[in-house]
Design a protein around this ligand. Structure first.
Ligand code: GDP
Ligand code: MG
Length: 177
């Protein structure tokens, strides 16, 4: 964790999108700092965090952008998407509406981002399995139809968060290297 003083071979910008409160900021906190907070405040101001990791013997700096609570107003601007080579499209497995909004987010992404952007669909909060409202199979089917990677995660207990980022970053790496 953290960025050691090392040579950076690649910098990849990845954006987090999806409805408010699905866990985007906590997924980022888990990946960038291995932290989690149950009373996380709505994100204020556009911000990103970085983590440098090694992929196939190259140093890759992941610059992960988090929305600034604009998700409520669907006011995520094109500046947010500019230069992004990866996107994580997040919904909450306990809130059906957040999954039903995914096609809109995908539309928005395709309107603003580079057409070769690598996209992963993420169903977060798998620790709340007893409150599940979105069957895994529904999301899997949607992801396959749209050509997206797909994983279910829990930022709370860290399940699949690392794998989700590595899936996106490795795919980007394979495209650009
Ligand atoms: P954002 O608006 O998409 O950035 O969502 P946040 O990251 O701020 O999370 C919204 C709420 O969901 C906060 O209370 C988090 O603690 C909680 N949360 C985020 N991820 C998880 C998770 O994996 N499991 C559970 N149980 N709660 C989570
Ligand atoms: Mg947030």
């Amino acid at each position: 964790y953290g960025d050691a003083n090392q040579k950076v071979d690649y910098v990849f910008k990845v954006v987090l999108i999806g409805d408010s409160a699905v866990g985007k900021s906590q997924i980022l906190a888990r990946f960038a700092r291995n932290e989690f907070s149950l009373d996380s405040k709505a994100t204020i101001g556009v911000e990103f965090q970085t983590r440098t990791l090694v992929i196939q013997h190259k140093s890759v700096k992941a610059q992960i952008w988090d929305t600034a609570g604009q998700e409520r107003y669907r006011a995520v601007t094109s500046a947010y998407y500019r230069g992004a080579v990866g996107a994580m499209l997040v919904y909450d497995i306990t809130k059906r509406q957040t999954f039903d909004h995914i096609p809109r987010w995908l539309e928005e992404l395709r309107a603003h981002a580079d057409k070769n952007i690598v996209v992963i669909l993420i169903g977060n909060k798998t620790d709340l399995e007893d409150q599940r409202a979105v069957p895994t199979e529904d999301a899997k089917e949607f992801a396959e139809k749209e050509g997206l990677f797909f994983l279910e995660t829990s930022a709370l207990n860290a399940t699949n968060v690392e794998t989700a980022f590595l899936t996106v970053l490795t795919e980007i790496f394979n495209i650009v290297s």
